[in-house]
Design a protein around this ligand. Structure first.
Ligand code: B12
Length: 612
C-alpha cells in the first residue's frame, strides 16, 4: 500500500473513532506529502463520516459517537478549506435549516447539519424558534436549493405548513425543495403540509438532500401529494360521550383513599380502582378545568390520585425571561413554561470549573416550603409525589446538551463528577423530604429517544448506573419508593432499571415503539407501570370515542392484577384539549374499578376498525 493510501486509511479510521487530534495531524501529513485537498476530502473524510452515519443508522453508534466523529471530521475539513477554496471546489449545494417557531429542540437538527456539512453542503443554520419571515429573508439572501425544517412537538409541527405557505406567498416555493423532520414527524404529515422530503434520521436525510440537488423533480425520494390530503387525524373533533351508559356487571371493591390506591399499586397489588395522576398539567388547561382555579383545585375537581411537588430553588432574574438558577445554569423561559438552559453559557466547561462549582445547599429550609404547602392540603389523603433528578438531567443542564455527549467520549470524569454531586444533593433532599409526608419520589430524566438509549450500554453501565443504584438505595433507605420516567424507547434499559430497584416505570412511550402489554408481561410483577394514552395526537384532536377506547385498551393491557396507573403517554401539555383530558380521567374512573369487568372493557370493534 502506498504511503498516501495508508494515511487515508488512518484518517478514515480516526474519524470513525472520533480522534480529533489524530485527524488534524493526519490531514497535515497528507497535505505534507502532496495529496490534494479533494483527494483527502472525498477519499477519506467524507466516506468516514458516511460510515459514522451508517453505524448510527443501524444502532451501533449513539449520539455521542456521532458527535465526536463529526467534530473530528470538521477539524480536518477546516484545514482543507483554504486549499479547497483555491482549487475552486464548490459546495455540493446550499441548504437553509432551522427549528420552527415555538420549538427549541436542536440536537436532531444539529446532527443533520453536521452530516450535511460533512457531505459538502454550504449550510445556513438559522437556529431554533425561527420566525417564518427570518426563513424567507435567508432564502432570498442565500438562494438555497433545499430548505429543512425541524419540529419536535405536535404543537409546533403546524409551523411546517405556515413556513411552506410563507414560501408560496413570497413566490419562492418553486425555487426550493422543502424537507421536514423531527421525532414525531411522519411521512403522512410531510404529505399533509405539502413538503417534498422526509427522513427519520440525519444520514438518510442527507442522502435525500443530495438526491434533490442532483435529480430535482426526478428524485425518487420526492413525496407526492395525495389527492385527498385533508390531514386525517389533524382536525379537531368535538363530541359528548355518556359514560353512565355502560353498566358494570361486578360488585366494586370497598373505597380506598387516593394515597392508599397509589401505595397498593407500588406494592403491585389491586387497589379499588386504577389510579390516575400526571407529572405535569398545562396551566391553561388547569384553569379551564378548575373554573379558573390552580393546580391544587384541579386535583380536587378531577379527583386525581397524586399531587406533584418539588424542592424550591432560587432564581437570579436577568430580565427578558432569562434567569440564572442556583446551580449556575442560565435559562430562558419558553413555550410550555419550560426553562431551557442556554447551552452556550453552561456553567461547567472543565474539571477546574467542577472543582469550584457550588452545589445548592440541600439543607436550606427554603427548599421544603412547597412540600409543606402540599402536605398541609393533601397529606394523608392523596399521594404526595416529589420530583427530584437522577443521573442525566444534571450533566445535561450544567454542561450543555451537545457538550454532554461530547464529554461522555472526551472527558467522562467531568460527567461523572457532576453526576456524583447532583446525586449526593438529591439523596440529602430525599432524606429530608421523607420526614415530611412524601409518598414517593419520581425522576423525569429522559435518557432515551425513539430509537433507544441516547448512549451506549457501556457508558450507561460505567458512568450512570452506579449512581442510579445509589440513589434508589438511598430512597429505599428512608422507607420510600422510586418511580422512573423517561421518554422514548426504554427497552434496552429496562432490565437494569428493574434490577436497580426502581418501583415504577413510565410512560411506556408509544412513539418510542413501546407497548404496555409487553412491559406488563415481562416486568409487571417486579415494577409498577404507568401510561400510555397518546398525547401527541389523540388527547389533542380526539375523537372522544377513541380516547375512551384507548383508556379501555390500556386498562386491559396493564391493569390486570393491579400495579398499574393509567395516564397520558407523557404529560398534559398546552396542546391537549381540556375536555379530552377530562374525558380520559372520567373514563379511568368508570372503567378502572377492580375487580376489572372484562366484559365492560371489551373493545368496541366497530369503532376500532372504522375510525382507524
Ligand atoms: C432531548 C429532548 C428534549 C430536550 C431538548 C434539548 C435540545 N437541545 O434539543 C429538552 C429537555 C430541553 C426538551 C424540552 C421539551 N420537550 Co422534549 N424531548 C427530547 C427527547 C427526549 C429526545 C429528542 C432528541 O433530541 N433526540 C435525539 C435526536 C438525535 O434524535 P431525533 O430527535 O430523532 O433527530 C433525528 C431526526 O428527527 C432527524 N431530523 C431532525 N431534524 C430534521 C430535519 C429534517 C429536515 C429532516 C429531514 C430530518 C431531521 O435527524 C435527527 C438525527 O438523526 C424527545 C423524546 C423522543 N421520543 O424523541 C422529547 C420530546 C420531543 N419532547 C417533548 C416535549 C413535550 C417537550 C417539552 C414541552 C417538555 C415537556 N413538557 O415534556 C419541552 C419543549 C420545549 C420546546 N418549546 O421546544 C415531546 C414532544 C411530544 C409531542 N409530540 O408533542 C417528546 C416527543 C417527548 C414525548 N414523548 O412526549 N426536550
Amino acid at each position: 500500500m502506498s504511503q498516501a493510501e495508508e494515511i487515508k486509511d488512518l484518517l478514515y479510521d480516526a474519524v470513525i473513532d472520533g480522534e480529533a487530534e489524530e485527524v488534524i495531524q493526519l490531514t497535515q501529513q497528507a497535505l505534507g506529502i502532496g495529496l490534494s485537498s479533494e483527494d483527502i476530502l472525498y477519499g477519506a473524510l467524507i466516506p468516514a463520516l458516511e460510515e459514522v452515519g451508517r453505524l448510527f443508522e443501524i444502532g451501533d453508534y449513539f449520539v455521542p459517537e456521532m458527535l465526536v466523529g463529526a467534530k473530528a471530521m470538521k477539524g480536518g475539513l477546516n484545514l482543507l478549506r483554504p486549499f479547497l477554496a483555491k482549487s475552486g471546489t464548490k459546495p455540493i449545494g446550499t441548504i437553509v435549516i432551522l427549528t420552527v417557531k415555538g420549538d427549541i429542540h436542536d440536537i436532531g437538527k444539529d446532527l443533520f447539519r453536521v452530516m450535511l456539512e460533512g457531505a459538502g453542503f454550504k449550510v445556513v443554520d438559522l437556529g431554533v424558534n425561527v420566525e417564518p419571515q427570518a426563513m424567507i429573508d435567508a432564502v432570498r439572501e442565500h438562494q438555497p436549493q433545499v430548505v429543512g425544517f425541524s419540529a419536535f412537538l405536535t404543537t409546533t409541527m403546524p409551523m411546517f405548513k405556515v413556513n411552506v405557505e410563507a414560501l408560496e406567498a413570497a413566490g419562492l416555493r418553486n425555487r426550493v425543495k422543502i424537507m421536514v423532520g423531527g421525532a414525531p414527524v411522519t411521512e403522512e404529515y410531510t404529505r399533509f403540509v405539502g413538503a417534498d422530503g422526509f427522513a427519520r434520521e440525519a444520514s438518510t436525510a442527507t442522502r435525500i438532500a443530495i438526491d434533490f440537488i442532483k435529480k430535482g423533480d426526478n428524485s425518487k425520494y420526492l413525496i407526492t401529494p395525495e389527492v385527498d390530503s385533508t390531514g386525517r387525524g389533524y382536525t379537531k373533533i368535538s363530541g359528548v360521550i355518556d359514560l353512565t351508559k355502560p353498566k358494570r356487571n361486578l360488585p366494586a371493591k370497598p373505597h380506598m383513599k387516593p394515597v392508599e390506591r397509589v401505595q397498593a399499586v407500588l406494592r403491585h397489588e389491586e387497589p379499588d380502582r386504577v389510579p390516575h395522576f400526571e407529572w405535569s398539567q398545562d396551566i391553561g388547561l388547569i384553569r379551564a378545568l378548575a373554573n379558573g382555579g390552580d393546580y391544587f383545585d384541579l386535583i380536587e375537581a378531577l379527583d386525581i390520585d397524586g399531587v406533584v411537588t418539588k424542592a424550591a430553588y432560587r432564581k437570579k432574574d436577568l430580565g427578558d425571561g432569562i434567569f440564572v438558577d442556583e446551580w449556575g445554569a442560565m435559562r430562558r423561559m419558553g413555550k410550555d413554561d419550560y426553562a431551557m438552559p442556554m447551552d452556550d453559557n453552561a456553567p461547567l466547561k472543565s474539571l477546574a470549573d467542577l472543582e469550584k462549582w457550588e452545589v445548592p445547599d440541600p439543607d436550606d429550609p427554603y427548599r421544603y416550603e412547597p412540600i409543606k404547602a402540599v402536605v398541609e392540603r393533601f397529606g394523608g389523603e392523596r399521594a404526595i409525589i416529589m420530583q427530584i433528578r437522577d443521573v442525566w438531567s444534571g450533566p445535561r443542564d450544567y454542561l450543555g446538551y451537545a457538550q454532554l455527549f461530547i464529554n461522555l467520549k472526551e472527558c467522562p470524569e467531568l460527567v461523572e463528577g457532576i453526576v456524583t454531586r447532583v446525586v449526593d444533593h438529591y439523596i440529602r433532599v430525599a432524606e429530608r423530604a421523607a420526614d415530611m409526608g412524601v409518598t414517593f419520589f419520581f425522576t423525569g430524566d429522559d435518557v432515551a429517544d425513539n430509537r433507544g438509549a441516547m448512549f451506549s450500554p457501556t457508558l450507561w453501565e460505567e458512568i450512570f448506573l452506579p449512581h442510579y443504584r445509589r440513589l434508589i438505595k438511598a430512597i429505599h433507605g428512608v422507607g420510600l419508593y422510586h418511580w422512573k420516567h423517561s421518554d422514548g424507547n426504554m427497552y434496552p434499559l429496562l432490565d437494569s432499571i428493574v434490577e436497580a430497584g426502581s418501583d415504577g416505570i413510565d410512560p411506556i412511550d408509544p412513539s418510542g415503539g413501546m407497548e404496555l402489554c409487553v412491559v406488563k408481561a415481562k416486568y409487571g410483577d417486579q415494577i409498577a407501570i404507568k401510561g400510555n394514552v397518546d398525547q401527541t395526537e389523540l388527547l389533542m384532536y380526539g375523537p372522544p370515542e377513541k380516547v375512551v377506547e384507548a383508556v379501555k385498551s390500556c386498562i386491559r393491557d396493564a391493569g390486570q392484577r393491579g400495579g398499574y396507573v393509567c395516564s397520558s403517554s407523557n404529560s398534559i401539555h398546552s396542546g391537549v384539549d381540556p375536555q379530552l383530558y377530562k374525558l380520559m380521567v372520567e373514563t379511568i374512573h368508570h372503567y378502572g374499578r377492580y375487580p376489572l369487568d372484562m366484559e365492560l372493557l371489551a373493545p368496541n370493534l366497530d369503532l376500532v376498525t372504522t375510525t382507524a
